[in-house]
Design a protein around this ligand. Structure first.
Ligand SMILES: Cc1cc2nc3c(=O)[nH]c(=O)nc-3n(C[C@H](O)[C@H](O)[C@H](O)COP(=O)(O)OP(=O)(O)OC[C@H]3O[C@@H](n4cnc5c(N)ncnc54)[C@H](O)[C@@H]3O)c2cc1C
Length: 435
């Protein structure tokens, strides 16, 4: 194989997209994936007749070219849904996003949220994005901050917003106008807001169908190849199965913190930068249930510390074909990290107890099967070290003709659409000077 073909590490959506776009442009490439099958986080499995994704995975499109590509891959196995999502707060369910749907909260909470929002808007101060807590308080006011934004984000990121920046925010947190907030406080508004107001999902087979369709089109896709070591001086990589090869241009989509441990002879400042990367992990439990489909909801956010999961959702409302007849299925997501360790022995029991507490599991419901995904790399944490450390690492790698791509390779809060798009961008940037 030599150094003439581009090497891509990882066959998640980022790696698959990079490979597909390189192929389209006529450049040879080889993809090496550590698992036995491609797809990364975009995989589905069948357990006792239930199709489970690796946690909830829904497609949102902001770029027509990505939509066209996904449509070409999935053909008519793709359905558009209008979001029906909720927040559990103040011992009741209100519509998502919280800040635009205060109607239904108890009067004292509603008043605190609304007056806080009006005061924040009236102040006219731009909170900036240097500090996430200041951004929350300056954008939404103290009430919304106290009742939802601070507890939810602390639970989700596992660090308090005061320790984070807001660099990742663009588009992810809806910012309704004053009119919209007042409207949503005085009546039950059905008007949707935010980048995820609609989503797309395969009619059949779960989200993994996208990776399956993608990978069928990729030549030179090698599974069971876990990168173990990179020797930059000799441009040689070694895999856990003992295979070793030279490389020229390299695109990596494997988690950045792990890559650092595989490169020999890293300079001290780069090694320190790798050690500064922080992330949360997601413990995902999927349940197959003997229970008629309980509601039309898609997913629900839970900001309370006393409830173990931060979000729960319903696969059966994404597709009618992911459960056996008369059954339903749901997923729950728990966040943890070195800052907030998780007791993995008791968590499953706690999740099931909490699902009953909030009414998502009822007395007569029978759990047919359980599926657990412990996702080590969930979301990169944007703390004060994030930007500097990431920039130093990426510059160092670029200097060695290693380009990063994807949510974990490039270490950014990215959606499936974002990583598909970046796969295309990186395929265009990869050097044409391969040895
Ligand atoms: C809990 C959760 C929920 C999400 N929900 C959504 C959603 O609803 N909608 C959405 O658009 N996005 C969602 N995302 C984001 C989405 O999953 C990612 O943006 C996308 O799947 C990332 O693709 P990737 O190729 O960058 O990474 P990955 O899918 O992680 O792929 C990386 C690949 O590299 C391989 N690899 C790792 N180490 C090595 C090694 N040493 N050698 C060789 N190969 C290696 C891995 O096995 C993997 O296949 C969610 C993410 C999480 C964590």
């Amino acid at each position: 194989m030599g150094r003439s073909s581009v090497v891509i590490l990882g066959a998640g959506l980022a790696g698959l997209s990079a490979a597909w776009h390189l192929q389209q442009s006529g450049r040879p490439c080889h993809v090496y994936e550590k698992e036995a099958e491609p797809g990364g986080l975009c995989r589905s499995k069948k357990v006792q007749g239930f199709v489970f994704d690796c946690d909830g995975h829904l497609l949102h499109f902001r770029h027509k070219e990505v939509f066209d590509l996904v449509r070409e891959l999935l053909k008519d196995n793709l359905v558009r849904h209008r979001r029906d999502s909720w927040v559990y707060c103040d011992d009741r369910f209100i519509r998502y996003p919280f800040q635009a749907n205060l109607f239904g909260l108890s009067r004292p909470v509603l008043k605190e949220c609304l007056t806080g929002f009006i005061r924040a808007k009236r102040s006219g101060v731009d909170p900036g994005k240097e500090n996430f807590l200041k951004w929350i308080e300056g954008t939404f006011g103290e009430g919304i901050a106290r009742h939802f934004m601070i507890p939810y984000n602390t639970k989700f990121w596992t660090v308090h917003p005061r320790h984070m920046t807001g660099e990742w925010l663009d588009g992810f947190i809806p910012q309704p106008s004053m009119d919209r907030v007042i409207d949503g406080a005085v009546h039950d508004s059905r008007q949707l807001l935010g980048y995820n107001s609609h989503f797309w999902y395969p009619r059949e087979g779960g989200i993994g169908q996208l990776a399956v369709a993608f990978s069928k089109r990729i030549r030179n896709l090698h599974t069971g190849f876990q990168l173990n070591r990179i020797d930059l001086r000799h441009r040689r990589m070694t895999f856990a199965n003992g295979v070793s090869r030279e490389f020229g241009d390299l695109i990596t989509t494997m988690p950045l913190p792990e890559l650092g441990g595989l490169i020999q002879d890293l300079p001290d400042d780069v090694r320190r930068a790798f050690a500064q990367l922080r992330w949360n992990s997601i413990f995902n439990v999927n349940l197959g249930l003997r229970q008629e489909k309980p509601s039309s909801r898609h997913w629900i956010y839970f900001p309370q510390e006393r409830i173990s999961f931060f979000r729960a959702g319903f696969f059966h409302n994404f597709s009618a074909h992911v459960t056996p007849p008369g059954m339903s299925s749901l997923y729950a997501e728990v966040s943890y990290s070195t800052y907030k360790p998780l007791d993995k022995v008791t968590v499953l029991g706690r999740i099931e107890k909490d699902l009953r507490k909030v009414g998502l599991l009822q007395a007569g419901d029978h759990i047919v099967c359980r599926d657990v995904n412990d996702i080590r790399y969930g979301y990169p944490v944007y703390d004060r070290h994030y930007t500097g450390a990431r920039r130093l690492i990426l510059d160092f790698l670029r200097g060695h003709r290693i380009l990063t791509c994807g949510r974990y390779g490039g270490w950014q809060y990215m959606s499936m659409e974002d990583v598909i798009l970046e796969g295309r961008e990186v395929s265009r940037r990869v050097g044409f000077s391969s040895i």
